[in-house]
Structure formats: structure tokens, C-alpha cells
Design a protein around this ligand. Structure first.
Ligand SMILES: NC(=O)c1ccc[n+]([C@@H]2O[C@H](COP(=O)([O-])OP(=O)(O)OC[C@H]3O[C@@H](n4cnc5c(N)ncnc54)[C@H](OP(=O)(O)O)[C@@H]3O)[C@@H](O)[C@H]2O)c1
Length: 321
């Protein structure tokens, strides 16, 4: 494998037989590579993807390499909260029980919709994953002693934890804030900080679970395409700068999935922690806000968001175990 990429479990000593692993965004990039590495170790997979054709291709890809693999597929678009609810219901009605949930799907940029007054980067990268977790806890599809792995990013270092416009989500003010944030890469940085702090808060509240976040390194995947779509050829340069900021060289998706694999397999993982290059890593942001304060803010904003969008399905997240 290429430069600066520590490998986890190259001897295949960690088996995942009997473990059911659900992975969001398993149709491409790091998510697909993670699914393949897990299938290689005997895991039963649930692929959660928005694009049915790409999901089927991913399943075929896995089965062509590992014909005995057990692969279930559930369509889910994280930009659409109703679709996330349906996916959680499907998992439950199919009688699937999840040992490990990998919240991997993510986007750097996504069009801000004035019609719905939303910034989809927040929704896809954070709120929908929170809704998915909450729904799977509520319907019992997520095991009490499960593991939850959030694929975050060192891009969180560009965040300052100012979530003020997240609070007024759905309002015109929020949309204006979201527009400003969306063109500045800040929305992505804040959403990746949200992944890390949400994992920390859940770890404190769900003591029987092991919940972590991670940085996969700078990985050559399609995620840069959203940058290119947004700014054309300037985007190519910008995406290159973004990835160069995150690491000194690019990894391929299999290399980029190594820290995810560690967080999935390693029995010695510390709940609530952030991992990078197979090791615990510090969480650092810009500005003076304390992480604990931002974490508390994020929790309240997320609860309010779930209550506002699912008034007849009150969040389980409110109560601790
Ligand atoms: N690549 C890097 O250098 C890097 C660095 C740090 C962190 N990360 C994180 O790694 C994670 C995976 O990214 P990647 O680099 O593998 O990117 P990728 O190749 O673009 O894959 C992203 C995955 O997320 C899915 N996705 C996007 N929007 C979705 C939606 N609305 N609903 C459901 N699924 C959706 C994509 O589905 P489609 O196949 O349908 O597009 C795809 O499967 C992200 O959370 C990202 O923030 C990546």
C-alpha cells in the first residue's frame, strides 16, 4: 500500500463472523471499501444507500469477491428524513438486528434549497444520522451493546463551533446563514465536528454501547466531485487543496477504510474517542469555544430538530439509559 498508511489487521486475525454491520454510503468510496473489508472477515452486511442501482452494483461487487457473503440492501436518502424513517422501519420489519452501525455517508457541498430553507450538508452529515440512530434505538434494531462508528474528518479543525444558525433551522435566517456557510466550506467543517461531538455525547449517555468517531485520512474518492460541481475547474484546485490540508498524500479507498476497520473490529477501543491513523487523536478547533459547551449545544439543537420534525415520535435520545 502507499505512503503514510498504517494498516489494520493485515493478518486477518480479527474475524467478524456472526456480526451484522450496517454501513451508510456503502455504494462508493470509503464506505464500499469498508463493506468489502468486513465481508472478507465474515460479517453479515446491510448496505444503506440512496442510489438503488449503485447499491446493487456494490452488492454484486462484494458477492463476486466473496460469494458466501450475506448482504442485505436498504434504500435510504439521508437528504430526506422520511426516507431515513422508512429505512429504519425496513430494517426492523426484515427482522435485522445491528451489532455495528457505521455512519459513513457524507458530502462536502450540497445545494442549499431556498424552497425548504435547509442546508443539506447539516442534514446529510449530521441530523439524518442522528435520526437514524434514534429510530434504530427506538425500534430495537440496534443492539443494546452495539458499536457505532462515525466517519468524521480532520476538516473539523477548520470549525469554530459556532452553531448559532443551526438553532434556527428551517427559518429564513437559518437559510441565509446556511447559504453563507455552504459556500465557505464551514458547513462541512462544522458538520464533521458535529459527528465527533455527537459520538462523545452518545458515548456518555449510552454506557453499554461503544461509540467513536474517526478521520480516514485524505482519500481519493468521489467526495471531491461535489467541490468540482460547485466551482468547475477552480473546484478541482480547491478540492486538491482541501485534501492536501488533511494529509500529506492521498490514500486509495481501501487504505482510507483502515481506521474504520479498526473502529469496527478492535476490542480495545475507548468509547467517546476520536481516532486517526489507527490511533486516538486530539479534537482541535479554531477559536475559544469549549468543546463541552459546543457538545451540549449540539445535543439540544439535535433534540429540538428531532422533536420539531417528528412530533408524534418523541426522541428516545432525551433519556439516558
Ligand atoms: N475522502 C476523503 O478524503 C475524506 C476525508 C475525511 C473524511 N471523509 C469522510 O468519509 C466519508 C465517506 O466519504 P468518501 O470520501 O468515501 O466519499 P464518496 O466516495 O463521495 O462516498 C460518499 C458516500 O455517501 C453517500 N451519500 C451521499 N449523499 C447521500 C445521501 N443523501 N443519502 C445517502 N447516502 C449518501 C454516497 O452515495 P452515492 O454513491 O449515491 O453518491 C456515497 O456512497 C464522508 O463522511 C466524508 O466526510 C472523507
Amino acid at each position: 500500500m502507499g505512503c503514510c498508511t498504517p494498516l489494520f489487521d493485515s493478518e486477518l486475525s480479527h474475524r467478524l463472523d456472526g456480526q451484522t454491520i450496517a454501513i451508510t454510503g456503502a455504494s462508493d468510496g470509503i464506505g464500499l471499501a469498508t463493506a468489502i473489508l468486513c465481508a472478507k472477515r465474515g460479517a453479515k452486511l446491510i448496505l444503506l444507500c440512496r442510489n438503488i442501482q449503485k447499491m446493487q452494483n456494490a452488492k454484486n461487487d462484494i458477492l463476486s469477491n466473496f460469494p458466501d457473503a450475506h448482504v442485505d440492501t436498504v434504500q435510504m436518502d439521508l437528504a430526506d428524513l422520511a426516507s431515513v424513517s422508512r429505512a429504519a422501519d425496513d430494517i426492523f420489519t426484515q427482522g435485522l438486528s445491528i451489532d455495528i452501525l457505521v455512519a459513513n455517508a457524507g458530502v462536502v457541498f450540497h445545494p442549499v434549497s431556498w424552497l425548504y430553507l435547509t442546508n443539506s450538508v447539516q442534514v446529510i452529515n449530521h441530523f439524518s444520522h442522528a435520526h437514524l440512530f434514534n429510530s434504530l434505538v427506538q425500534n430495537g434494531a440496534l443492539r443494546e451493546n452495539c458499536r457505532v462508528v462515525f466517519v468524521a474528518s480532520d476538516a473539523h479543525k477548520a470549525a469554530d463551533g459556532d452553531l448559532s444558525y443551526w438553532k434556527t433551522y428551517g427559518s429564513e435566517e437559518s437559510a441565509r446563514g446556511a447559504l453563507g456557510e455552504a459556500v465557505s466550506f464551514k458547513a462541512y467543517a462544522e458538520s464533521k465536528l458535529a459527528n465527533i461531538l455527537f459520538a462523545r455525547e452518545l458515548a456518555a449517555r449510552y454506557e453499554k454501547m461503544t461509540i467513536v468517531a474517526l478521520h480516514p485520512g485524505a482519500v481519493e474518492t468521489n467526495i471531491g466531485e461535489t467541490v468540482k460541481d460547485k466551482w468547475g475547474c477552480c473546484g478541482s484546485f480547491l478540492s486538491c487543496c482541501i485534501f492536501k490540508c488533511c494529509g500529506t498524500c492521498f490514500r486509495n479507498p481501501e487504505q482510507g477504510a483502515q481506521t474504520s476497520l479498526k473502529c469496527i473490529c478492535d476490542p480495545a477501543l475507548s468509547t467517546g474517542k476520536y481516532y486517526s491513523n489507527l490511533q486516538e487523536a486530539p479534537v482541535q478547533i479554531r477559536g475559544n469555544r469549549k468543546l463541552d459547551e459546543i457538545q451540549a449545544d449540539l445535543w439540544n439543537i439535535t433534540e429540538d430538530f428531532l422533536k420539531a420534525n417528528f412530533p408524534r415520535r418523541p426522541p428516545t435520545m432525551i433519556s439516558t439509559q
